[in-house]
Write a protein that binds this ligand. Structure first.
Ligand code: KDG
Ligand code: MG
Length: 402
């Protein structure tokens, strides 16, 4: 079998998605997600201008060699644009392999280690009471693990809360909007929020919280310590991770489990974090970390250090990545949890898929390949729309991490 053609589809059914379709001379196609929120067109160009010409004529079964060719062969390595493009090719090839062998992708990654994968959803509210209502609503839906975020008294905007009160979506059409940030009101508010959640919902529910890289290591250590009585499943992205050693300081002060990695692109972003056991969960995603080929190696490395997975699964990761993440989660030994932020109805229609939510967990379906398609005619009705993530400023105007 040979790769005979490949094309990049950009569609915006409520938000932008970039999808690579690889075709073969035997009539089997595969899909890979190449979406990089706010930088979509760069990955499309990287694929069209530099990657697709290099893969035509290759054997789609050679996932390892093609991965090395695109990673090492480019000389310029890593970075989100490169790794999303490499991931798109890699995932599309695993999809083709599964279809050619008439088996689900999880069987190619080691077979089922479990019957379904635990997922967590997002509960949000403009204040604690509204956040509690949203926790109750999600618990009704069957979720057993819930990330809780709420508006912060004294701050006009914060991560994870829709400004308009509607559904939260982490990108806005047009140029970047500006959020305001101050650590002290946030640090004062969050422990009380989780005290109320535990008071209302008891100890059974798995609770998670995302700091979204906003704290210094010592502030994150304080928050982790103050959250200890509420037994979080994890505290996510407590600080930025370019300085991996920052997590050592957090670890020295708190037993709250730490998760990080949604913006990482290769094992080298997480190497020290994992081998020093400074984290508990690695959140790298199939699409932003070079595909199933690279993520499988990262998970196996992490397993040696008792680090489990918790793949990123916000709405900017397309249903193709969701499907790939679920096959991955079914197969690997050290699976922890999978993020589930449901896509809107338009997106679900553009990407018909076999995965489903069952009683707090998800299953990828047992059909061949990934079990996800792209309705190209429908996708064409939603042309690309410029959209960005917000930027964040401290109250004195200094730009800070969003
Ligand atoms: O594109 C950025 C979003 O995916 C991110 O802000 C979502 O932090 C996020 C999460 O944990 O889902
Ligand atoms: Mg996050």
């Amino acid at each position: 079998m040979k790769i005979s053609a490949a094309s990049v589809n950009i569609t915006s059914p409520g938000r932008n998605f970039v999808t690579l379709k690889i075709q073969t001379d035997e009539g089997i196609d595969g899909l890979g997600d190449a979406t990089l929120n706010g930088r979509e067109l760069s990955v499309a160009s990287y694929l069209n201008d530099h990657v697709i010409p290099c893969i035509i004529g290759r054997d789609p079964f050679q996932t390892e060699d093609i991965w090395q060719y695109l990673y090492r062969g480019a000389y310029w390595r890593r970075g989100p644009v490169t790794m999303a493009a490499v991931a798109a090719v890699d995932v599309a090839l695993w999809d083709i392999k599964g279809k050619a062998l008439n088996t689900p992708v999880y069987n190619l990654l080691g077979g089922k280690s479990r019957e379904s994968v635990l997922v967590y959803c997002h509960a949000t509210g403009s204040d604690t009471d509204h956040a509690l209502e949203d926790v109750a609503r999600h618990r009704e839906l069957g979720y057993k693990a819930i990330r809780v975020q709420s508006g912060i008294p004294g701050l006009s905007s914060t991560y994870g809360i829709a400004k308009s009160g509607g559904k939260y979506e982490p990108a806005e059409r047009g140029l970047p909007s500006e959020f305001a940030w101050a650590a002290e009101p946030y640090l004062r508010h969050v422990p009380g929020l989780f005290a109320r959640v535990r008071e209302n919902f008891g100890e059974e529910l798995c609770l998670l919280h995302d700091c979204h890289h906003r704290l210094t290591p010592i502030d994150a250590a304080r928050l982790g310590k103050e959250l200890e009585p509420f037994h979080l499943f994890w505290l996510e992205d407590p600080t930025t991770a370019e300085l991996q050693e920052g997590f050592k300081l957090i670890r020295q002060h708190t037993t709250t489990p730490i998760a990080v990695g949604e913006v990482f692109n290769s094992i080298w972003d997480a190497h020290d974090l994992i081998r020093n056991q400074w984290i508990d969960f690695i959140r790298m995603s199939v699409v932003h970390a070079g595909g199933l080929t690279h993520l499988k190696k990262i998970a196996d490395f992490a397993a040696l250090y008792h680090v489990r997975t918790g793949c990123h699964g916000a709405t900017d990761l397309s249903p193709v990545t969701m499907a790939a993440a679920l096959h991955f989660g079914m197969a690997i030994h050290n699976f922890g949890i999978q993020e589930h932020m449901p896509h809107n109805g338009e997106t679900e229609a553009v990407f018909p898929h076999s995965y489903e939510f069952v009683d707090g967990n998800m299953v990828p379906g047992d059909g061949p390949g990934l079990g996800v398609d792209l309705d190209e005619a429908l996708a064409a009705k939603y042309p690309y729309q410029r959209a960005y993530l917000p930027v964040n400023r401290r109250l004195d105007g200094t730009l800070t991490d969003w």
